[in-house]
Design a protein around this ligand. Structure first.
Ligand SMILES: C[S@@+](CC[C@H](N)C(=O)[O-])C[C@H]1O[C@@H](n2cnc3c(N)ncnc32)[C@H](O)[C@@H]1O
Ligand SMILES: Nc1nc2[nH]cc(C(=O)O)c2c(=O)[nH]1
Ligand code: SF4
Ligand SMILES: [Mg+2]
Length: 245
């Protein structure tokens, strides 16, 4: 008999409990698990350490049970939701699926942040799935065929609650967000203003609130965006550019 291989996950950080600062479940207490590696290189990525090599020495290859143990060490039983972000967790197959099963066995919800560039069958098992396609300012090009495929699978076979989240930095990005909403009109969509300086130290809330008001006004004036919801990055208003929050 060959040895049983169990998939490990490349984890660059775990933190929490904190408050989910973005999207459909904003305000919910959650732990975060951040996986290493991304197939994108967004110009304004606030988590570039997950792919630019600057924190490569912090990556640990962990079994799902080991991640669970570390979360318990951090928080005891003071959480019932775990958000897996990155990087792009959808680059990882089996390991994430097994981890989600483990969370469910313990009565814990699984949330995922991903950009819609890759599919994984475990998407079907996620409780809160956020698909965040990237607008022109990111410098990335949307693979529409892939995104259509993902949205179609979720629509026709999905059991999970899922939503779209588009970061908006400028008018061109706003037009992109509209094109996403028009293409998938039945899917809840969240718009979030971009943070255009992710290295600034100190209180950035005034700057971020200014960008939020700008985005509010675009949506307020636009009859085609009556169903879109505009939200800040709540954690960035409170904790600014601090890591692990
Ligand atoms: C760091 S990404 C990781 C998950 C996945 N790679 C993705 O992009 O969806 C998590 C979320 O942060 C958003 N984000 C990244 N940099 C940002 C910035 N400078 N301002 C606002 N949102 C940002 C992304 O668009 C995404 O919705
Ligand atoms: N508090 C908090 N909420 C978040 N929502 C999405 C995040 C992410 O980086 O994926 C994030 C994050 O990094 N922190
Ligand atoms: S897809 Fe997400 S993690 Fe990857 S570069 Fe863009 S914002 Fe950063
Ligand atoms: Mg973040």
């Amino acid at each position: 008999m060959g040895a049983v291989t169990v998939s490990k996950l490349p984890v660059i950080e775990m933190f929490g409990p904190t408050i989910q600062g973005e999207g459909a479940v904003i305000g919910v207490k959650t732990m975060f698990v951040r996986t290493y590696g991304c197939d994108y290189r967004c110009s304004w990525c606030d988590s570039a350490f997950t792919w630019d090599g600057s924190a490569k020495d912090k990556v640990k290859m962990l079994l799902p049970e080991e991640i669970m143990d570390e979360l318990t060490l951090l928080a005891g039983d003071n959480f019932d939701c775990v958000t897996i972000s990155g990087g792009n967790p959808a680059l990882i197959g089996e390991g994430v699926g097994t981890f989600i099963d483990l969370l469910h066995e313990r009565g814990i919800q699984a949330a995922i942040e991903t950009q819609g560039s890759r599919w994984q069958d475990w998407f079907y098992d996620v409780d809160v799935l956020t698909i965040s396609p990237k607008p022109p300012s990111s410098g990335m090009k949307t693979d529409w065929k892939m995104l259509d495929g993902i949205m179609n699978k979720l629509k026709t076979q999905g059991k999970s609650a899922y939503s779209l989240k588009v970061v908006v930095f400028n008018d061109e990005d706003y037009q992109y967000a509209k094109s996403i909403h028009t293409r998938y009109p039945e899917v809840p969509i969240f718009l979030q203003p971009g943070n255009d300086d992710v290295t600034e130290e100190g209180d950035i809330s005034a700057r971020l609130l200014g960008r939020l008001e700008w985005l509010f006004n675009l949506v307020i004036a636009d009859s085609e965006m009556n169903k879109a919801r505009v939200l800040p990055q709540l954690h960035a208003l409170i904790w600014h550019n601090k890591r692990g929050k």
